[in-house]
Design a protein around this ligand. Sequence first.
Ligand code: AVJ
Length: 334
Amino acid sequence: MTGRHGIHEINKSELQVSEFASDVEAGLSSSRKSLKSKYFYDKTGSYLFEQICLQPEYYVTRLEADILMERSLDIADACQDQVSVIELGSGNSCKTRILFRHILERQGSLYYFPIDVSHSILIESVQKLSSDFPNLYPVAISSDYAAGIDQATDFITKRYHVPCRKLVLFLGSSIGNFDLYEARSFLNMLTEKMEKTDLLLIGFDLQKKPNVLNTAYNDQAGMTARFNLNMLSRINTELGGEFDTKKFEHHAFYNEDMKRVEMHLISTTDQQVYIKSIGKSFNFGEGESIHTENSYKYSLEQIRDLADYCGLEVKTNLVDEKKWFNLALLSPMG
Ligand code: AVJ
C-alpha cells in the first residue's frame, strides 16, 4: 500500500503499549531490576542515539562507516548478481548510503527494504533517500525483524522485476545487545530465511582495551547518560510513570569477564515510583541498579564459531587497522 506520506510502506503497527507495560512490570519486579534495551528507541531515544554516534568517544559508527567507505566495492562485488537490500534496524540509513552508491553503479536500480521499530525515523529517512537516490526504491517496513524479512521476501517473490537475491544488513553492532543464546537463535532465524546465494553483512564490535570502551560509553557531552535516562522519561510519557530522572545516575562500564559493556541506571536515594498503567509502585534502594543494556564485544574466533553454529560461513572479515571493528560478510553454508 502507499501510505499517507506517498511512500510505499508495509505494516504501520507501532509497538504495543501493553507489551511495553508488561515488560516494564516484569523487569522492575525482579530482584535484579532490568529494562529491555530495545525500549531505548522512542523518538527522543533515536535522536539521542544519533547524537551518541557523533561523539568523538563513540568510535563505533565512524569506524564502521570508514570500513564501508573503503570496502563497499568488495561488498558490491561479492554480490555477483543483482540484489535487493534488506536492512535490519535501519535507523537513519546514513551508513547504508555509502553502499547504495556502489550497488547502484553496478545494477542501475535497487529495491531497499529498511526494517525498523521506530516508524517516525523510518518514514523520515525513506523520504530523504527517495529524493537523494532517484533509482532507489525504498519499501519501509515498521515491524520486528523476523516478520519484516518475511514481508520483504514476500514482496520480492511476488514481483518478477525485483531481484530475488538478498543482501541482508545488520549494521552498527546491534548484535552486541544479544547474549550468546539470543545471538544464536537470531542468526538461526536469518539462516532459515536465506537462500544459498544470499549474503549477510553484520557489524561486530571487537574486544579491545577496557579504557577505550569505558570512555566510549561515558562521553563528555553526556549524550549516553541522557540516552540511558530517557528510558525512564519514556515510561513516564507512555505508561504514566512518575520517575524523577534527577534521582537516577547513568553507570556504564566494561565487564571484562563477560566481554560486554553494561549500562545501568543507579538510584541515588531510597525511593518509590508509581507507574499508572501498571497500577503499582516500585521500590528502589539507594545505590540499587536497573540494568538497561549489554553490549557484547567479540573476537574473530567467536564470530567464526557463532556463524558456524548457525549454518553460516564467514566469506570475509572487513576489519579496520586498529582491529576495533569487524564487518563480517556471511552466507549460508553450501
Ligand atoms: C546500537 C546497540 C550498537 O551497544 O554500542 C550506544 C547502543 N548504547 N551507547 C551499542 C549504545 C550506548 C549501541 N548499539
